[in-house]
Ligand binder design. Structure first.
Ligand code: ADP
Length: 510
């Protein structure tokens, strides 16, 4: 069929359009009877199909408006033009179930052969009102969330003017809200950064992304009183009706920086204390031992038997204390000294450790075997210390038979896992974690000499490699110490405690 052939006034077409229209439509005759109702009007008013026909239109008017309605209606019948009903007033339609719906009504008088009818179009604005209310509620929630956020939030428009701030912004910067709204955001920036800021801001608007601001630089805000506050800022964009805005989330990091400063100072003091104490104790102890020995050798005749025995105890004790301070010094150095990271052949490391242990190996008849070992990036001195402590322990904690120690390696995707397995007395699983702590020992000194520091040193060394150390063992069945060394060198793990805190102070985001 061609378009031109359709008669727009064909009664079937008009009727079909009327019935299918998505707006509720009624036709009311001069007496106020409903003569026509479409499906949407039946749905809106809650009537079954056809049930509206013949009904008095006043049945659809809530009681409180009913009086006078008939009069208004007949008055309207005489008017020639279409218009909206009840301009400026809220209109309601009464549903069959007694509920009311808020509506807008359009009236359109039509002259037919059977007389005048008024075509009534009813729009349900309840749904619309509901939608608007929901939007308003959402907006309110959003504002509440922004307002009560733990960080300061400042929204800036494309011209760089502040359009919204929250309570935290007032708290951090010392301004009242009204003083900031409409101001250029640069009022919150210290003078020395202010000039460069508009350019940075424009660049950000040109290529926005969610990201922290001023990466790698220290950021400061300026309070109303002119003082500065160290801050961390994250930026994101928000599309608004007025165009793209930028939302800056600002955290006051002064408390964090102060805390880091305190940690740094106490770390430095602790490290200095440990190294000075252990270093300076060496000398007097060396003297005690040396003169004790001289006394024992040269003056033994002047001493009683008891006196000689007591002197022996003193020399022993002083020697133990010297070993202890030496070990403590090693521990403090392993912790605090900067690392010389290089490519290290661990085969060579093993050889050096074995040379250092030559005496113990010979005395115990130990046999140490090893697979070809990998090349790793680490501090060579640390690795020698690690190998020496682990193999030395394997020899020291031997059982009845001669010690056999096997060093092997497994290549996992990201790590080298080095194993040091011995056939000694083993470690009760209850103590598998404890033994890596400082001064943690499981034996009396008489049975196995030691200070309880060796494994703590191993643990620190492995920590600074960014790796891990653990033991697998059952008492009486030997022990296997596994050391995981990441293949990728991690400078942040290698940092000493003091350096780490210094780095954190420089850039709290890292
Ligand atoms: P130390 O050997 O000076 O006591 P370590 O820190 O090296 O200190 O070891 C802590 C404890 O762990 C030791 O006292 C010992 O009980 C246990 N241990 C360490 N290595 C082994 C091993 N290879 N076999 C059995 N026990 C071990």
């Amino acid at each position: 069929m061609q378009r031109g052939e359709v008669d727009p006034l064909a009664p079937e077409l008009a009727q079909a359009a009327l019935l299918a229209a998505p707006v509720a439509l009624l036709a009311v005759d001069e007496r106020g009877s409903i003569v026509l109702a479409n499906t949407r009007s039946e749905e809106l008013l809650g009537y079954p199909a056809g049930a509206l026909i013949g009904l008095d239109v006043e049945a659809l008017v809530p009681e409180r408006f009913r009086q006078g309605h008939a009069e208004l209606r007949s008055g309207y019948m005489g008017m020639p033009s279409a218009r909206a009903m009840g301009a400026g007033r809220d209109l309601f339609a009464l549903r069959r179930d007694g509920r009311e719906v808020q509506v807008e009504i359009g009236l359109n008088p039509i002259q037919t052969e059977a007389g005048r009818v008024v075509l009534v179009a009813i729009v349900d604005i309840d749904a619309r009102a509901e939608f608007a209310a929901r939007l308003r509620r959402q907006e309110r929630h959003l504002h509440q969330a922004i307002e009560s956020a733990a960080s300061a939030m400042v929204m800036v428009d494309a011209a760089g003017r502040i359009v919204l701030i929250n309570a935290q912004t007032e708290a951090i910067f010392g301004y009242r809200r009204a003083e900031l709204i409409g101001q250029p955001v640069e009022v919150l920036i210290p003078d020395r950064y202010r000039r460069g800021h508009p350019k940075l801001r424009e660049d950000y608007f040109a290529r926005p992304s969610v990201r922290p601001m001023g990466q790698g630089r220290d950021l400061f805000g300026m309070r109303k009183d002119g003082s500065e506050v160290p801050i961390e800022v994250a930026l994101s964009t928000i599309e608004t009706e007025d165009g793209l805005n930028v939302l800056a989330t600002i955290v006051d990091i002064s408390a964090r920086l102060e805390l880091l400063g305190r940690i740094e100072r106490s770390n430095v003091e602790l490290e200095q204390f440990a190294s000075v104490a252990s270093h300076d104790l060496q000398e007097p102890l060396r003297k005690v031992v040396a003169f004790g020995r001289l006394l024992h050798q040269d003056c033994s005749e002047q001493l009683s038997r008891d006196g000689l025995e007591w002197l022996g105890f003193m020399i022993d004790a002083a020697e133990r204390m010297r070993t202890l301070t030496q070990d403590l010094l090693t521990l403090s150095r392993v912790q605090s000294q900067s690392i010389v990271a290089e490519e290290v052949e661990t085969d060579g490391v093993l050889q050096e450790a074995l040379e250092n242990l030559a005496m113990a190996i010979k005395d115990s008849g130990a046999e140490v075997t090893a697979e070809p070992l990998p090349r790793v990036r680490a501090d060579r001195g640390h690795l020698v210390q690690l190998f020496q402590n682990l193999i030395g322990n394997g020899i020291k904690y031997r059982g009845e038979v001669a010690p056999r120690i096997r060093v092997s390696v497994v290549d996992t995707a990201n790590d080298w896992v080095l194993s040091f397995a011995d056939n000694g007395i083993g470690v009760d699983p209850r103590f598998h974690e404890q033994i890596f702590g400082v001064f943690k020992r499981l034996h009396a000194r008489e049975a196995y000499p030691g200070t309880g520091i060796g494994l703590a040193i191993c643990k620190r060394i492995v920590d600074r490699l960014g790796g891990a150390i653990a033991v697998e063992s059952a008492e009486g069945h030997g022990a296997t110490f596994r050391v995981t060394v990441p293949k990728r060198y991690r400078p942040e793990a290698a940092m000493s405690g003091v350096r780490l805190v210094q780095e954190l102070r420089k850039d709290p985001r890292s």
